[in-house]
Design a protein around this ligand. Structure first.
Ligand SMILES: Cc1ncc(COP(=O)(O)O)c(C=O)c1O
Length: 458
C-alpha cells in the first residue's frame, strides 16, 4: 500500500515538478538521491540552478531569498563581484600548483592580522580536515590520547568529530558524565573510548570533568556557538572555565570557528576576549570554494614545520590551491568589522521579528542564536545546551519539516533544521520579507498543528 502523503507535502510536490523529476534521476546514481547528508530533506530537496547575491533560482523557475548560504559559508551571498573577478582571472592562470603562492601568503597574513590567537597557520581543504589536524597537533604535542568534545558539537565528517552529535535521550546518560554516543554504526568502540563528552554551557561540570581526565586529555575542542544543534551560543563563563582548566592542566584548547568566524573579523574569540591555543576555520575563508584552515600558537604549530625533527605529516592535494586562495582573499578583503556588525544587527532584527511572529500566532517556539546566525526551535523552554535543543526537536516532530517546506514555497531558503544566516547583500527589506513569510506559513500550518501537534499551541 502506498504511504499516505501529508497534504502540505503534496502541495510542495505539485509546486516543484521539475525538481521532483530530477531527483528521480538522482536516486538512480546516489543512494536516496543524496550526495551530502546535511543538504538532504524530504520528500526531496529543490534542485538549484543559479545564485546571485542573496537570491537563488531553482529548476522550476522559482526565486528565493537565500538564508542558508551554503550552511553559513557564503558571507557575501552568491557570485560576489570581486570574488568572481579574482577567480575568473585565476582560472586561465592555473588552479593548483603544488607550490607556494603569493595569494596563499597574503590570505594567511590577512587572517593572522585579524585573529589575535593565530601566530601561524596552515590551509587545508575542509573544516573536517582542519579539526582533524588540530587534534593531531594536540596529541603530538602533549603525548596524550583522549579528546574532550561537547555534547551536540559537530566538527566534521569523521568518527571522533561526530561522537555524541545527537544526544539521544535513551543513551546519553547523566548530564554530569554524558556517555560517548556513536552517531551511527560506523564508529569504532576505540574512538568512543578516546572521547570524553562534556555537557555544553555547564562551567562547573566542565571544570570537574577536565579535572577528572586531565592526565589523559590532549585537547578540548569547542564551538563558541553550537552550530548543528540549534545555534546555541556558549556563555562567556563556560568558555572561560574551559580556558582556565585547560591552561592549568596543559591541555590544548581548540576553538572550532568554522561557523563562528563570520561573527566578527576577529572571530567569536575576538568578541569574547578569550584566546584559544588553536583555532579551526573553514567556510567563509574560501569565498565559496572548498577550504579549511587551522592555526594558533607558534610553538604548537611547529609540529608542522617540515624541517623539525618530529613533524606531524599533513599533505593534502588541494591545500592552499590557487583558486581557493584567490577566492578567499577577495572575499575576506571585502569583509570588515563594519560589515560583520551590520549583518549581526540584521540577525538580531530577524530573531526579534521571528519571535514576535511566533508569539502573535500563539505557537510555542523561539529564534535563538547570535549575530548573523539564527535558528528557530519549536519550544518555549530555555535552550542552553544540546539536550534542550533536542527536546525542542522531539516536541516539534514533523511540524518543523512542514514549516521548512512552507517557507520554501514562500520563497525563503533555510537549512531544513530551520537555521537562518545573513549575507552582506541583505538589508532590512529582506529581513521583513522573511518575517512576513513566517507569518503566512504559520497561518497555513495552523489547522495541521491543531490537529497533529496541539502541544505546540500556547
Ligand atoms: C563547526 C564546524 N566544524 C567543522 C565543520 C566541517 O567543515 P566541512 O564541512 O568543511 O568539512 C563544520 C561543517 O559544517 C562545522 O559546522
Amino acid at each position: 500500500m502506498e504511504k499516505e502523503v501529508h497534504p502540505l507535502v503534496r502541495e510542495y510536490q505539485d509546486w516543484s515538478p521539475r525538481s521532483a523529476a530530477l531527483m528521480d534521476r538522482a536516486r538512480q546514481v546516489f543512494p536516496g538521491g543524496d550526495t551530502r547528508a546535511s543538504a538532504h530533506y524530504g520528500p526531496y530537496p529543490l534542485v538549484m540552478e543559479r545564485g546571485e547575491g542573496c537570491r537563488l533560482f531553482d529548476a522550476d523557475g522559482h526565486e528565493f531569498l537565500d538564508f542558508m548560504n551554503n550552511f553559513t559559508s557564503l558571507i557575501h551571498g552568491h557570485a560576489h563581484g570581486p570574488t568572481v573577478s579574482a577567480v575568473t582571472q585565476q582560472v586561465p592562470r592555473g588552479t593548483a600548483f603544488a607550490a607556494p603562492s603569493i595569494d596563499q601568503i597574503e590570505l594567511a597574513e590577512l587572517i593572522r592580522s585579524r585573529v589575535a590567537s593565530i601566530e601561524q597557520m596552515r590551509f587545508c581543504s575542509s573544516g573536517t580536515e582542519a579539526t582533524l589536524m588540530a587534534l593531531r597537533c594536540a596529541r603530538a604535542v602533549t603525548g596524550r590520547q583522549k579528546i574532550m568534545k561537547m555534547e551536540g558539537g559537530y566538527h566534521g565528517s569523521y568518527e571522533l568529530a561526530e561522537v555524541s552529535l545527537i544526544p539521544d535521550p535513551d543513551g546519553r546518560g547523566d548530564i554530569a558524565h554524558p556517555n560517548s554516543l556513536p552517531v551511527d554504526k560506523s564508529i569504532p568502540d576505540s574512538v568512543l573510548a578516546d572521547t570524553v563528552v562534556c555537557p555544553y554551557n555547564e562551567p562547573e561540570l566542565a571544570r570537574s570533568l577536565i579535572g577528572e581526565h586531565a592526565h589523559e586529555l590532549a585537547a578540548v575542542i569547542v564551538e563558541p556557538i553550537l552550530g548543528s544543534m540549534g545555534m546555541v551560543p556558549a556563555s562567556t563563563e563556560f568558555l572561560t572555565a574551559l580556558r582556565e582548566e585547560t591552561e592549568k592542566n596543559n591541555i590544548v584548547l581548540i576553538f572550532d570557528e568554522v561557523i563562528s568566524l563570520r561573527l566578527s573579523s576577529a572571530g567569536e574569540q575576538g568578541r569574547r576576549g578569550i584566546t584559544p591555543d588553536l583555532t579551526c576555520m573553514g567556510k567563509i575563508i574560501g569565498g565559496g570554494l572548498p577550504v579549511g584552515g587551522f592555526g594558533g600558537r607558534k610553538d604548537l604549530m611547529q609540529v608542522f614545520n617540515p624541517d623539525s625533527r618530529e613533524t606531524v605529516f599533513h599533505a593534502s592535494t588541494f591545500s592552499g590551491n590557487a583558486l581557493t586562495m584567490a577566492s578567499g582573499l577577495a572575499t575576506l578583503s571585502d569583509f570588515e568589522e563594519k560589515d560583520s556588525d551590520r549583518i549581526n544587527r540584521l540577525g538580531e532584527q530577524l530573531r526579534r521579528g521571528f519571535n514576535g511572529t511566533l508569539s502573535q500566532h500563539g505557537i510555542r517556539g523561539k529564534a535563538i542564536g547570535s549575530g548573523s546566525l539564527s535558528n528557530i526551535i519549536l519550544s518555549d523552554d530555555t535552550i542552553h545546551d544540546a539536550r534542550d535543543a533536542m527536546q525542542g526537536m522531539i516536541a516539534a516532530g514533523h511540524i518543523s519539516a512542514l514549516l521548512h517546506l512552507g517557507m520554501l514555497r514562500k520563497g525563503i531558503v533555510s537549512a531544513s533544521r530551520l537555521m537562518y544566516c545573513i549575507s552582506t547583500p541583505m538589508d532590512e527589506t529582506h529581513i521583513e520579507i522573511a518575517i512576513t513569510a513566517l507569518s503566512d506559513t504559520l497561518s497555513e500550518l495552523r489547522p495541521y498543528i491543531e490537529a497533529e501537534r496541539p502541544g505546540l499551541i500556547v
